[in-house]
Design a protein around this ligand. Sequence first.
Ligand code: UDP
Ligand code: MG
Length: 340
Amino acid sequence: MEQQSVHGIILTATQIQSPAMDAPTVSLVVPMHDEAGNIAPLYQRIRQCLDAVGESWELVCVNDGSRDDTLIRLEALRAQDDRVVVVDLARNFGKEAALTAGLDHARGQVAIPLDADLQDPPELVPLMLKKWREGYDVVNAVRGVREGEGFLKRVTAHVFYRSINKLSDLEIPRDTGDFRLLSRPVLDALKQLPERRRFMKGLFAWVGFRTTEVLYRRDPRLSGKTKFNYWRLWNFALEGVTSFSTVPLRLSSYLGFIVSLCAFIYAVKIIAATLIFGDAVRGYPTLMVVTLFLGGVQLMALGVMGEYLGRVYEESKQRPIYLVRKVDRSTRMQGDDAHD
Ligand code: UDP
Ligand code: MG
Protein backbone atom coordinates (compact mmCIF):
# COMPACT_ATOMS: atom_id res chain seq x y z
CA MET A 1 0.00 0.00 0.00
CA GLU A 2 1.05 3.50 -0.65
CA GLN A 3 1.46 4.48 2.97
CA GLN A 4 4.17 1.87 3.40
CA SER A 5 5.99 3.23 0.45
CA VAL A 6 5.97 6.54 2.22
CA HIS A 7 6.66 5.59 5.78
CA GLY A 8 9.32 3.15 4.75
CA ILE A 9 11.17 5.45 2.36
CA ILE A 10 14.22 7.56 2.04
CA LEU A 11 15.31 8.94 5.33
CA THR A 12 16.72 12.39 4.90
CA ALA A 13 19.82 13.43 6.82
CA THR A 14 17.74 15.34 9.35
CA GLN A 15 15.54 12.32 10.02
CA ILE A 16 18.53 10.12 10.69
CA GLN A 17 19.73 12.47 13.40
CA SER A 18 16.30 12.64 14.95
CA PRO A 19 15.64 10.30 17.89
CA ALA A 20 12.25 9.16 16.62
CA MET A 21 13.28 7.32 13.48
CA ASP A 22 9.78 6.85 12.18
CA ALA A 23 8.81 10.48 12.66
CA PRO A 24 7.79 12.16 9.43
CA THR A 25 9.45 15.39 8.38
CA VAL A 26 6.33 17.46 8.43
CA SER A 27 3.06 17.27 10.36
CA LEU A 28 0.25 19.23 8.79
CA VAL A 29 -2.13 20.15 11.57
CA VAL A 30 -5.71 20.94 10.64
CA PRO A 31 -8.41 21.96 13.15
CA MET A 32 -11.80 21.03 11.71
CA HIS A 33 -15.25 22.12 12.69
CA ASP A 34 -17.93 21.10 10.19
CA GLU A 35 -15.55 20.74 7.28
CA ALA A 36 -16.82 17.50 5.70
CA GLY A 37 -16.85 19.00 2.22
CA ASN A 38 -13.24 20.11 2.38
CA ILE A 39 -11.55 16.93 3.60
CA ALA A 40 -11.12 15.10 0.29
CA PRO A 41 -9.83 18.11 -1.69
CA LEU A 42 -7.50 19.05 1.15
CA TYR A 43 -6.03 15.55 1.34
CA GLN A 44 -5.66 15.36 -2.45
CA ARG A 45 -3.79 18.62 -2.64
CA ILE A 46 -1.49 17.83 0.25
CA ARG A 47 -0.71 14.45 -1.23
CA GLN A 48 -0.07 15.83 -4.67
CA CYS A 49 2.33 18.52 -3.68
CA LEU A 50 4.21 16.71 -0.92
CA ASP A 51 4.61 13.34 -2.58
CA ALA A 52 5.85 15.10 -5.69
CA VAL A 53 8.79 16.52 -3.79
CA GLY A 54 9.33 13.30 -1.83
CA GLU A 55 8.82 14.69 1.67
CA SER A 56 7.50 12.39 4.36
CA TRP A 57 4.44 13.81 6.05
CA GLU A 58 1.51 13.12 8.30
CA LEU A 59 -1.82 14.87 8.35
CA VAL A 60 -3.09 15.50 11.86
CA CYS A 61 -6.80 16.29 11.68
CA VAL A 62 -8.48 17.50 14.83
CA ASN A 63 -12.22 17.04 14.83
CA ASP A 64 -13.40 19.95 16.96
CA GLY A 65 -16.91 18.79 17.78
CA SER A 66 -18.24 18.81 14.23
CA ARG A 67 -21.96 18.29 13.74
CA ASP A 68 -21.67 17.06 10.16
CA ASP A 69 -19.90 14.05 8.61
CA THR A 70 -16.40 15.31 9.33
CA LEU A 71 -15.47 12.48 11.70
CA ILE A 72 -16.87 9.71 9.50
CA ARG A 73 -15.01 11.03 6.49
CA LEU A 74 -11.81 11.43 8.48
CA GLU A 75 -12.01 7.86 9.69
CA ALA A 76 -12.59 6.63 6.15
CA LEU A 77 -9.54 8.56 5.00
CA ARG A 78 -7.52 7.24 7.89
CA ALA A 79 -8.40 3.67 6.86
CA GLN A 80 -7.07 4.41 3.38
CA ASP A 81 -3.86 6.13 4.31
CA ASP A 82 -2.13 5.68 7.63
CA ARG A 83 -0.33 8.96 7.34
CA VAL A 84 -3.60 10.46 8.46
CA VAL A 85 -3.99 10.92 12.21
CA VAL A 86 -7.41 11.69 13.62
CA VAL A 87 -7.68 13.41 16.98
CA ASP A 88 -11.31 13.54 18.03
CA LEU A 89 -12.04 16.10 20.75
CA ALA A 90 -14.78 15.51 23.30
CA ARG A 91 -16.74 18.57 22.10
CA ASN A 92 -16.22 21.87 20.32
CA PHE A 93 -13.39 23.58 22.18
CA GLY A 94 -12.80 26.33 19.62
CA LYS A 95 -10.14 26.74 17.01
CA GLU A 96 -7.31 27.76 19.31
CA ALA A 97 -7.76 24.73 21.57
CA ALA A 98 -8.17 22.41 18.58
CA LEU A 99 -4.96 23.72 17.11
CA THR A 100 -3.17 23.19 20.42
CA ALA A 101 -4.43 19.60 20.47
CA GLY A 102 -3.16 19.06 16.94
CA LEU A 103 0.25 20.51 17.68
CA ASP A 104 0.55 18.35 20.80
CA HIS A 105 -0.15 15.24 18.74
CA ALA A 106 2.15 16.14 15.87
CA ARG A 107 5.20 13.93 15.64
CA GLY A 108 6.95 15.55 12.73
CA GLN A 109 10.22 17.44 12.92
CA VAL A 110 8.22 20.46 11.96
CA ALA A 111 4.52 21.22 12.20
CA ILE A 112 2.46 23.45 9.96
CA PRO A 113 -1.06 24.49 10.99
CA LEU A 114 -3.45 24.77 8.05
CA ASP A 115 -7.07 25.80 7.66
CA ALA A 116 -9.28 23.00 6.39
CA ASP A 117 -10.93 25.24 3.81
CA LEU A 118 -7.80 25.38 1.63
CA GLN A 119 -7.38 29.07 2.25
CA ASP A 120 -3.81 28.20 3.12
CA PRO A 121 -2.34 26.53 0.02
CA PRO A 122 -0.34 23.36 0.81
CA GLU A 123 1.74 24.14 -2.29
CA LEU A 124 3.66 26.56 -0.12
CA VAL A 125 4.91 23.79 2.18
CA PRO A 126 7.98 22.79 0.12
CA LEU A 127 9.15 26.41 0.12
CA MET A 128 8.67 26.62 3.89
CA LEU A 129 10.65 23.42 4.35
CA LYS A 130 13.43 24.91 2.23
CA LYS A 131 13.62 27.91 4.56
CA TRP A 132 13.63 25.59 7.58
CA ARG A 133 16.56 23.65 6.12
CA GLU A 134 18.35 26.97 5.70
CA GLY A 135 18.21 27.21 9.48
CA TYR A 136 15.02 29.06 10.38
CA ASP A 137 12.79 27.79 13.18
CA VAL A 138 9.67 29.70 12.23
CA VAL A 139 8.53 30.45 8.69
CA ASN A 140 5.49 32.73 8.60
CA ALA A 141 3.26 32.67 5.57
CA VAL A 142 2.29 36.26 4.93
CA ARG A 143 -0.87 37.01 2.98
CA GLY A 144 -0.13 39.16 0.00
CA VAL A 145 -3.58 39.09 -1.53
CA ARG A 146 -6.73 38.22 0.40
CA GLU A 147 -9.28 36.85 -2.01
CA GLY A 148 -12.92 36.55 -1.07
CA GLU A 149 -12.63 38.69 2.03
CA GLY A 150 -14.81 41.76 2.10
CA PHE A 151 -13.64 45.32 2.56
CA LEU A 152 -14.88 45.37 6.14
CA LYS A 153 -12.91 42.27 7.10
CA ARG A 154 -9.73 43.71 5.62
CA VAL A 155 -10.19 47.03 7.41
CA THR A 156 -11.00 45.43 10.76
CA ALA A 157 -8.02 43.08 10.41
CA HIS A 158 -5.80 46.08 9.72
CA VAL A 159 -7.10 48.00 12.74
CA PHE A 160 -6.68 44.91 14.91
CA TYR A 161 -3.03 44.35 14.04
CA ARG A 162 -2.23 48.03 14.43
CA SER A 163 -3.82 48.34 17.84
CA ILE A 164 -2.54 45.09 19.30
CA ASN A 165 0.99 45.93 18.27
CA LYS A 166 0.65 49.38 19.85
CA LEU A 167 -0.89 48.04 23.04
CA SER A 168 1.53 45.19 23.75
CA ASP A 169 5.31 44.88 23.77
CA LEU A 170 4.96 42.00 21.41
CA GLU A 171 5.16 42.39 17.64
CA ILE A 172 2.42 40.21 16.15
CA PRO A 173 3.24 39.98 12.44
CA ARG A 174 0.60 41.56 10.25
CA ASP A 175 -1.36 39.51 7.72
CA THR A 176 -0.08 36.25 9.14
CA GLY A 177 -2.62 33.67 10.26
CA ASP A 178 -1.82 30.39 11.89
CA PHE A 179 -0.32 29.14 8.62
CA ARG A 180 3.38 28.92 9.43
CA LEU A 181 6.14 26.40 9.88
CA LEU A 182 7.13 25.61 13.47
CA SER A 183 10.25 23.58 14.16
CA ARG A 184 10.48 21.01 16.96
CA PRO A 185 12.19 23.39 19.43
CA VAL A 186 9.38 25.91 18.88
CA LEU A 187 6.74 23.21 19.41
CA ASP A 188 8.43 22.19 22.65
CA ALA A 189 8.54 25.82 23.73
CA LEU A 190 4.82 26.19 23.01
CA LYS A 191 4.08 23.19 25.19
CA GLN A 192 5.68 24.99 28.10
CA LEU A 193 3.22 27.85 27.95
CA PRO A 194 0.62 27.00 30.54
CA GLU A 195 -2.21 29.35 29.69
CA ARG A 196 -5.61 27.81 29.25
CA ARG A 197 -7.06 30.47 27.03
CA ARG A 198 -4.84 30.44 24.05
CA PHE A 199 -4.43 33.24 21.60
CA MET A 200 -2.18 31.25 19.30
CA LYS A 201 -0.95 34.08 17.09
CA GLY A 202 0.28 35.86 20.18
CA LEU A 203 1.88 32.73 21.63
CA PHE A 204 3.68 32.03 18.35
CA ALA A 205 5.08 35.55 18.38
CA TRP A 206 5.93 35.38 22.08
CA VAL A 207 8.21 32.35 21.81
CA GLY A 208 10.35 34.09 19.20
CA PHE A 209 13.14 31.98 17.58
CA ARG A 210 14.74 32.63 14.21
CA THR A 211 11.91 33.74 11.99
CA THR A 212 11.47 34.42 8.32
CA GLU A 213 8.57 34.91 5.94
CA VAL A 214 7.22 33.68 2.64
CA LEU A 215 4.52 35.53 0.71
CA TYR A 216 1.37 33.89 -0.61
CA ARG A 217 -1.98 34.59 -2.05
CA ARG A 218 -4.93 33.77 0.18
CA ASP A 219 -7.69 32.10 -1.79
CA PRO A 220 -11.37 32.22 -0.90
CA ARG A 221 -12.85 29.42 1.19
CA LEU A 222 -13.39 26.24 -0.84
CA SER A 223 -16.70 25.09 0.60
CA GLY A 224 -18.91 25.74 3.61
CA LYS A 225 -18.91 29.09 5.33
CA THR A 226 -16.69 30.86 7.82
CA LYS A 227 -17.20 30.15 11.50
CA PHE A 228 -15.99 33.58 12.45
CA ASN A 229 -18.67 36.21 12.17
CA TYR A 230 -17.90 39.75 13.28
CA TRP A 231 -19.04 39.15 16.85
CA ARG A 232 -16.69 36.17 17.20
CA LEU A 233 -13.90 38.13 15.59
CA TRP A 234 -14.49 40.98 18.05
CA ASN A 235 -14.27 38.57 20.96
CA PHE A 236 -11.16 37.04 19.42
CA ALA A 237 -9.59 40.50 19.23
CA LEU A 238 -10.49 41.20 22.89
CA GLU A 239 -8.92 37.87 23.79
CA GLY A 240 -5.75 38.94 22.00
CA VAL A 241 -5.56 42.28 23.75
CA THR A 242 -6.27 40.98 27.24
CA SER A 243 -3.83 38.08 26.75
CA PHE A 244 -0.92 40.22 25.81
CA SER A 245 -1.45 43.69 27.20
CA THR A 246 -2.36 45.33 30.47
CA VAL A 247 -2.50 48.76 28.84
CA PRO A 248 -6.34 48.91 29.05
CA LEU A 249 -6.05 48.60 32.85
CA ARG A 250 -3.63 51.49 32.93
CA LEU A 251 -5.75 53.50 30.51
CA SER A 252 -8.76 53.14 32.76
CA SER A 253 -6.79 54.54 35.69
CA TYR A 254 -5.65 57.47 33.54
CA LEU A 255 -9.20 58.07 32.43
CA GLY A 256 -10.33 58.01 36.06
CA PHE A 257 -7.62 60.50 36.92
CA ILE A 258 -8.54 62.90 34.12
CA VAL A 259 -12.22 62.78 34.97
CA SER A 260 -11.50 63.39 38.65
CA LEU A 261 -9.35 66.36 37.72
CA CYS A 262 -12.15 67.84 35.61
CA ALA A 263 -14.62 67.19 38.42
CA PHE A 264 -12.30 68.94 40.87
CA ILE A 265 -11.92 72.01 38.65
CA TYR A 266 -15.65 72.12 38.14
CA ALA A 267 -16.24 71.82 41.89
CA VAL A 268 -13.95 74.82 42.51
CA LYS A 269 -15.93 76.79 39.96
CA ILE A 270 -19.26 75.88 41.55
CA ILE A 271 -18.05 76.70 45.06
CA ALA A 272 -16.66 80.03 43.88
CA ALA A 273 -19.89 80.85 42.06
CA THR A 274 -21.98 79.96 45.13
CA LEU A 275 -19.81 82.11 47.40
CA ILE A 276 -19.95 85.09 45.07
CA PHE A 277 -23.47 84.91 43.66
CA GLY A 278 -25.22 83.03 46.46
CA ASP A 279 -27.04 79.72 46.30
CA ALA A 280 -29.70 79.44 43.70
CA VAL A 281 -31.56 76.16 43.33
CA ARG A 282 -30.72 75.55 39.77
CA GLY A 283 -28.29 73.31 37.98
CA TYR A 284 -30.32 70.15 37.74
CA PRO A 285 -29.07 69.50 34.17
CA THR A 286 -25.44 69.93 35.21
CA LEU A 287 -25.91 67.59 38.13
CA MET A 288 -27.53 65.00 35.96
CA VAL A 289 -24.83 65.20 33.31
CA VAL A 290 -22.01 64.96 35.79
CA THR A 291 -23.57 62.06 37.68
CA LEU A 292 -24.30 60.08 34.55
CA PHE A 293 -20.87 60.76 33.11
CA LEU A 294 -19.07 59.68 36.25
CA GLY A 295 -21.29 56.62 36.55
CA GLY A 296 -20.46 55.68 32.98
CA VAL A 297 -16.75 56.07 33.45
CA GLN A 298 -16.82 54.00 36.60
CA LEU A 299 -18.73 51.20 34.96
CA MET A 300 -16.33 51.22 32.07
CA ALA A 301 -13.30 50.97 34.33
CA LEU A 302 -15.00 48.20 36.28
CA GLY A 303 -15.72 46.39 33.02
CA VAL A 304 -12.07 46.53 32.01
CA MET A 305 -11.04 45.18 35.40
CA GLY A 306 -13.69 42.51 35.08
CA GLU A 307 -12.21 41.34 31.76
CA TYR A 308 -8.89 40.71 33.42
CA LEU A 309 -10.38 39.28 36.57
CA GLY A 310 -12.38 36.89 34.39
CA ARG A 311 -9.17 35.70 32.79
CA VAL A 312 -7.52 35.15 36.16
CA TYR A 313 -10.57 33.14 37.20
CA GLU A 314 -10.47 31.02 34.04
CA GLU A 315 -6.76 30.35 34.44
CA SER A 316 -7.01 29.58 38.13
CA LYS A 317 -9.41 26.72 37.47
CA GLN A 318 -6.54 24.91 35.74
CA ARG A 319 -8.83 22.95 33.50
CA PRO A 320 -7.25 21.18 30.54
CA ILE A 321 -7.20 23.13 27.28
CA TYR A 322 -9.03 20.32 25.49
CA LEU A 323 -10.21 16.79 26.09
CA VAL A 324 -9.53 14.01 23.64
CA ARG A 325 -12.18 11.41 22.99
CA LYS A 326 -10.01 9.25 20.80
CA VAL A 327 -6.78 9.35 18.84
CA ASP A 328 -6.63 7.29 15.70
CA ARG A 329 -3.18 6.78 14.30
CA SER A 330 -1.09 4.09 12.72
CA THR A 331 0.09 1.51 15.25
CA ARG A 332 3.52 1.60 13.73
CA MET A 333 3.96 4.90 15.45
CA GLN A 334 3.38 4.42 19.13
CA GLY A 335 0.30 6.50 19.69
CA ASP A 336 0.16 8.74 22.68
CA ASP A 337 -3.08 10.07 23.95
CA ALA A 338 -1.39 12.43 26.31
CA HIS A 339 -2.45 16.00 26.46
CA ASP A 340 -2.03 18.79 28.93
N1 UDP B 1 -12.40 25.82 13.40
C1 UDP B 1 -12.34 24.94 14.48
N2 UDP B 1 -13.17 25.14 15.55
C2 UDP B 1 -14.07 26.17 15.61
C3 UDP B 1 -14.11 27.07 14.52
C4 UDP B 1 -13.28 26.87 13.43
O1 UDP B 1 -11.55 24.00 14.48
O2 UDP B 1 -14.78 26.28 16.61
C5 UDP B 1 -11.52 25.61 12.23
C6 UDP B 1 -12.22 25.54 10.90
O3 UDP B 1 -12.74 24.26 10.64
C7 UDP B 1 -11.13 25.92 9.92
C8 UDP B 1 -10.30 26.91 10.74
O4 UDP B 1 -10.65 26.71 12.11
O5 UDP B 1 -10.31 24.82 9.58
C9 UDP B 1 -10.56 28.35 10.32
O6 UDP B 1 -11.94 28.64 10.36
P1 UDP B 1 -12.65 29.53 9.27
O7 UDP B 1 -12.19 29.16 7.89
O8 UDP B 1 -14.12 29.45 9.53
O9 UDP B 1 -12.11 30.97 9.65
P2 UDP B 1 -11.65 32.16 8.67
O10 UDP B 1 -10.74 31.57 7.63
O11 UDP B 1 -12.91 32.68 8.09
O12 UDP B 1 -10.96 33.13 9.58
MG1 MG C 1 -11.08 30.05 6.46
